[in-house]
Design a protein around this ligand. Structure first.
Ligand code: PHE
Length: 354
């Protein structure tokens, strides 16, 4: 028994891993282990011999079991120490650069417009991008034969053969939202509708999809003078400097009278500066809403009148932020987006005091 004890305690002490320890356990105290076999011999002993050998064998078994578990704990601790030595983290190192996305200039300017017009009491209205041609044209006093339909380079939705419903179009302007807003809300109304519009056109200043913001103000006594004030307030807040406007007589089927609006600018060294100089830049179409348009939207033109305008969001974004090519807006080039994009926490740059 002393030999067994010496042999196993030494082997347990030398064991380098848990697998070796498990082998030793099986060899010593497993079912067919040396000590277990010795215990089976107890039955063949005399009672006197058994009284001595029994407790001694039990004590030996206990001693080996506790040596095994003590060694096991020691091995686990050693393994943990080893891991702690190699796996560590220097929390004082500077953090890696996180790639943060940017706000697209169109989204930024969209927000800026919404904020400025909200300050003047305009709500925001929305309409579908796939529009009924009645809303896009007829309700806006552009009947089927009207040349404006052809001029707009309209995208028509495909119709299956034999489907004779009137066509749907990708809206060519945000003006159909005027009709939807008046139908939903009646008069008086003060609302803008920023959104995507579509025309089959592509060059440095035209893309087949672009953005407009429509403005509509209808009440009992709204005039062109109100239109002029609202637009001058808008441009001054948007460009952060007082901006003169010039109204040029024009024609739109849905307004009467109609005006195209230019803003004051200068051209120096090939760059355009808004709010100074004596050149003019066309930025929007506008006018007094045509009585037929009010009628189509269910508003009585004998009682109500007001102005409407439509402005290119991309266009004024290019002007304010010095972006030369419209097509780049929609190329999804990450270098362009990082350069012209805005931080998510950047508050719209608009001048207060509206
Ligand atoms: N819908 C016109 C366009 O897209 C702009 C406009 C809107 C003109 C409202 C007058 C009034 O060109």
């Amino acid at each position: 028994m002393d030999d067994l004890k010496a042999k196993y305690l030494a082997a347990i002490g030398d064991a380098k891993d848990e697998a070796t320890l498990e082998e030793l356990r099986v060899q010593a105290v497993g079912k067919k282990g040396e000590i277990s076999l010795k215990m089976r011999e107890l039955g063949r002993m005399t009672p006197e011999e058994r009284q001595v050998a029994g407790p001694a064998l039990n004590a030996l078994k206990d001693e080996i079991n506790s040596a095994l578990s003590a060694k096991k704990v020691a091995l686990v601790d050693a393994a943990l120490d080893e891991r702690l030595k190699t796996e560590w983290l220097d929390v004082t190192l500077p953090a890696r650069d996180a790639r943060v996305g940017t706000i697209h200039p169109v989204s930024q300017v969209w927000e800026e417009c919404t904020a400025i017009f909200a300050d003047m009491g305009f709500s925001v209205s929305e309409g579908p991008q796939i529009e009924d041609d009645w809303y896009n044209f007829d309700a806006l006093n552009i009947p089927s034969h009207h040349p404006a339909r052809a001029e707009m380079d309209t995208f028509y939705m495909h119709r299956a053969e034999g489907d004779n419903r009137p066509p749907h179009v990708l809206r060519t302007h945000t003006s159909p939202v005027q009709i939807r807003a008046m139908q939903a809300q009646g008069a008086p109304i003060r609302t803008i509708s920023p959104g995507r519009v579509y025309r089959a056109d592509y060059d440095q200043t035209h893309t087949p999809m672009f953005h407009q913001v429509e403005g509509l103000a209808i009440d009992r006594d709204i005039s062109m003078a109100n239109l002029k004030w609202v637009l001058e307030e808008f441009f001054t807040a948007y460009f952060g400097t007082p901006v003169k406007t010039r109204f040029r007589a024009s024609h739109f089927p849905f307004t009467e009278p109609s005006a195209e609006i230019d803003i004051q600018c200068s051209w120096e060294g090939g760059t355009v500066k808004v709010g100074e100089g004596d050149d003019w830049l066309e930025v929007l179409g506008s006018g007094m809403v045509h009585p037929k348009v009010l009628e189509a939207a269910g508003v009585d033109p004998a009682e109500w009148q007001g102005f409407a305008f439509g402005m290119g969001i991309d266009r004024i974004a290019m002007l304010k932020y010095g972006i030369p090519d419209l097509r780049a807006f929609f190329d999804s080039d990450l270098r362009w987006l990082r350069h012209y994009g805005f931080s998510a926490l950047q508050v719209p740059t608009i001048r207060g005091g509206v």
